[in-house]
Write a new protein. Structure first.
Length: 214
């Protein structure tokens, strides 16, 4: 199965057209909003926690980056958490950005327009409840993208993440903990998927980030 058969890689014209449909369809807007990651204070642009989390993700992920590798963001939002990797490695790596929200994809296309033109960045519309990007990666990020999914689908996604990681690669996951048992549950899910070297790299309030290696 190819990358193009797994996700919808959009042109600027296609994104603009889909954005118009979205604005005319309250039901679609509600559905996409429901799939968006939980936006606690730690994930809000401009907050002290946001900058700390962004730096922690970059610090943990950058050592795994190698020349010519792919970096995948499974719930890219507007590209805030992937941006430091792009700025540091854009002439060495390729970046795959996926998100269920057409509005977010459109924002990423505007934000990284020149890098898209040069072939460094590829945004795509993808709902993780229905698909997974069939590309190998050295580093994969998922910021708040798994919590909205059913438990069985979360396990499938984590298994796919590990399967598509290169040996020695890493997965960085950020999620909101809804109760005291959630941390142990996420750790158990990562272990069940076969990840090694699982480490919590950041936490603030009920938001936690982990890095797991293959």
């Amino acid at each position: 199965m190819s990358w193009h058969s797994t996700v919808n890689v959009l042109s600027e014209q296609e994104v603009a057209k889909m954005a118009e449909v979205k604005s005319e369809s309250p039901a679609m807007h509600h559905e996409l909003k429901a799939l968006a990651p939980p936006q606690g204070a730690a994930m809000e642009l401009g907050s002290a926690q946001y900058h700390s989390l962004r730096q922690a993700i970059f610090t943990a992920g950058q050592p795994f980056v190698t020349p010519g590798c792919r970096i995948v963001d499974l719930n890219c939002g507007k590209g805030e958490f992937l941006e430091p990797f792009i700025e540091k490695n854009e002439d060495l790596c390729r970046f795959i950005m996926v998100d269920p929200s057409v509005g977010n994809i459109q924002s990423c296309m505007e934000r990284f327009h020149m890098r898209m033109h040069l072939g460094f960045v590829r945004p795509a519309a993808l709902d993780l409840s229905k698909g997974f990007p069939d590309v190998s990666s050295r580093l994969t990020l998922c910021i708040g993208g798994l919590d909205p999914l059913p438990l069985e689908r979360r396990a499938e996604i984590l298994g796919s993440v590990r399967k598509h990681l290169e040996k020695g690669g890493a997965f960085i996951m950020v999620e909101e903990l809804r109760n005291e048992s959630d941390c142990a549950s996420w750790l158990g899910s990562l272990k069940a998927a076969g990840f090694d070297g699982i480490e919590r790299i950041w936490s603030s309030g009920n938001i936690c980030a982990w890095v797991a290696t293959k």
